[in-house]
Design a protein. Structure first.
Length: 284
């Protein structure tokens, strides 16, 4: 349902920022969040939900300073590193906004570009709006080739087996409607949670849209991705989805009808809107 911004005073917007050993990047994040806040302050009240995921540097002590002065800041800390999915889960529990966003602390996506995703949700065009650098109109700048290939190949495989047809599945740079956030459930604590969340949302009938965007290499610090573990987690999720699709085919309503039994539809069969090239072009 569209959000009537003019009929309300100011909608609360929650920005979740998972962090792990990002001390060196906090000044960049602070500058970019300030520009982001300046663009939105006339329409939204903004709260920042900052989650330190077991940092061993001074991120936990300094992270509140990254939020623009005068804004609402909520901070949480994991005693040990649990993964970006776990940090986002903690942030979702904290967030009270009518629109909830997740962004990367390293500013590999510019926080100002979040305005594009927020608008898609605010207008009711999407329940989940996702940054898509792999869209034909998206761009990738300076990212290490091995990391780019891993992410691109994962997205291509998910596109092949999933009923949700996107160009990019692995980005956490997103905006969600409050209702979708309230219903989301996912198991993974790691990077694969980014895909699991999308499949969960689509399976419940929420509209998932992507918008072309620019992905930059991080300017400071280092990636926290554990390569072997992340690949294994993606392969496990791909296998689970492939088996689920096979089961849906075998137990489709037509097959069931032939033996005289009924069945409730699998969540993946529920109505939903998929992001296509034509849909995305019409909004960008």
């Amino acid at each position: 349902m569209p959000v009537d911004i003019q009929a309300t005073e100011k909608l609360l917007l929650s920005i979740i920022v998972p962090m792990c050993n990002e001390e060196a990047s906090l000044d960049i994040l602070k500058a970019k969040l300030l520009r982001f806040q300046e663009r939105l302050h006339s329409q939204y009240e903004v709260e920042y939900c900052l989650v330190d995921d077991g940092s061993t540097d001074c991120t936990a002590q300094l992270m509140a300073s990254a939020a623009p002065a005068g804004s609402s800041v909520l901070c949480a800390q994991h005693e040990r590193n649990r993964g970006v999915g776990a940090a986002i889960r903690t942030g979702l529990r904290m967030a009270k906004g009518g629109i909830v966003c997740t962004i990367d602390a390293d500013c590999s996506y510019s926080p100002e570009d979040l305005c594009i995703l927020i608008e898609l949700v605010a207008k009711g065009d999407a329940d989940v709006a996702v940054a898509s650098p792999y869209h034909p109109q998206g761009t990738v700048v300076g990212v290490q080739r091995w990391r780019l290939l891993l992410s691109q190949q994962c997205s291509r495989l998910y596109r092949c087996i999933s009923p949700l047809k996107l160009y990019t599945y692995t980005s956490i740079f997103r905006a969600y409607s409050r209702q979708c956030v309230s219903d989301l459930h996912y198991e993974s604590d790691g990077f694969v949670s980014a895909v699991e969340v999308l499949l969960c949302a689509q399976g419940m009938g929420y509209r998932v849209r992507e918008a072309p965007m620019v992905l930059h290499a991080r300017q400071r610090g280092y990636s926290k991705m554990r390569i072997a573990g992340t690949i294994a987690a993606h392969l496990a999720l791909l296998r689970r989805e492939a088996l689920g699709r096979l089961t849906d085919t075998v137990t489709s309503p037509r097959s069931i009808a032939s033996v005289g039994h009924g069945s409730a539809p699998h969540p993946a069969q529920l109505p939903s809107s998929f992001s296509t090239l034509e849909q995305t072009n019409s909004t960008n």
